[in-house]
Design a protein around this ligand. Structure first.
Ligand code: NAD
Length: 336
């Protein structure tokens, strides 16, 4: 049995769906169901004997102790987080609550459980912490991409809270020997992503004829990875990663925000042309940049390619097409 936290969110739900397709091993999903958690993401596995849902908060030590004793997981995969940078600027407290205190409480529960295991199970236990490339800060246009040894330099309350959680995870390995793994991934896109995030926001706004807001000059650069590729990478790290190690995960696919909006508009023009013609690109609207907006992130994912033989299957073109098609086919999901 594995314990997944935050499995009703975007990446966690994709991970559970993929897990249940590829493995027979049972999975328990612990999720507090914040605004970002949506059980409709998991309809395909509800009722399966392989899947169990538990509503709860990763800061709840008593709940975690009970759950660990009950399900005795051989691994914990921690997706639970506050994940939206803009929200962290307006209300950072929830980010400290879940990302820092929550990861700490989960580490404590995992450590207590791990210590009760026989030696062989202790050796095989894993705590996999899902993190972000944003902890590394901002790059100049010609700087080399982030590697696993790039110094942390978080610039938003979101990335600072994720950085703090990464440090705690690292410390639990060095201090207590807990077999931890940390993954730092670039921007994900794909099915089930909440519509506050850039790509689903652009798709759903365009379809509603609303403005497509782009911060500042739109020249901010991000690396983009299709969510199913991220989930495959996490499975691979869980299976074969070396405890204590960090793995950067990325798509080798840097794009400016303007390139993203143009690509989304081109696909929508093809797949859902506007009545009366005209491109969705006419809806692009530049808005005031957000404070402290990082200019560029780029991931060097060579380590996971060399050590674990992982590379993304989707290109940006194939992944974005699948994503746009999914939102077009599921209007009920984002109207929820
Ligand atoms: P999300 O916001 O879509 O989902 C987060 C999930 O965690 C939700 O289901 C929510 O209900 C749950 N949750 C929040 N607080 C909780 C708490 N205190 N206890 C239990 N559950 C709680 O996030 P996501 O985009 O799926 O991201 C998952 C993880 O991946 C996060 O740790 C994020 O930092 C990381 N990450 C995301 C991206 C991305 O592009 N989305 C990229 C790299 C890393």
């Amino acid at each position: 049995m594995i314990l997944v936290t935050g499995g009703a969110g975007f990446i966690g739900a994709n991970f559970i769906l993929q897990w249940c397709q590829q493995s027979d091993e049972p999975v328990t999903n612990l999720d507090a169901l914040t605004y970002a958690g949506n059980l409709a993401n998991l309809t395909a596995v509800v009722g399966s004997p392989q899947y169990r849902f538990e509503r709860g908060d990763i800061t709840d030590a008593a709940l975690l102790a009970r759950l660990m004793a009950e399900i005795k997981p051989r691994a914990v995969v921690n997706f639970a987080a506050e994940s939206h940078v803009d929200r962290s600027i307006h209300g950072p407290q929830a980010f400290i609550h879940t990302n820092v205190n929550g990861t700490f409480t989960l580490l404590e529960a995992a450590r207590a459980h791990w210590q009760t295991l026989p030696a062989e199970e202790q050796r095989d236990f894993r705590f996999l912490h899902v993190s972000t490339d944003e902890v590394y800060g901002s790059l100049g246009p010609n700087d080399p991409a982030f590697t696993e040894t790039t110094a942390y330099a978080p610039n938003s309350p979101y990335s600072a809270s994720k950085a703090a959680s990464d440090h705690l995870v690292r410390a639990y390995h060095h201090t207590y020997g807990l077999p931890v793994l940390t993954t730092n991934c670039s921007n994900n896109y794909g099915p089930f992503q909440f519509t506050e995030k850039l790509i689903p926001l652009l798709i759903t706004n365009a379809l509603a004829g609303k403005p497509l807001p782009i911060y500042g000059d739109g020249q901010q650069v991000r690396d983009w990875l299709y969510v199913e590729d991220h989930c495959q990478a996490i499975c691979r790290v869980l299976e074969a990663g070396t405890p204590g190690e960090v793995y950067n995960i990325g798509g080798w696919n840097e794009k400016t925000n303007l390139q993203i909006v143009q690509a989304v508009c081109d696909l929508l023009d093809e797949l859902a042309p506007q009545v009366g013609g005209g491109s969705y690109a006419s809806l692009i609207t530049h808005v005031t940049d957000r404070p402290g907006h990082d200019r560029r992130y780029a991931i060097n994912a060579q380590k996971i390619a060399d050590a674990l033989d992982w590379k993304p299957r989707e290109t940006f073109e194939t992944g974005l097409r699948k994503t746009v098609q999914w939102y077009l086919a599921h209007p009920e999901w984002y109207a929820l």
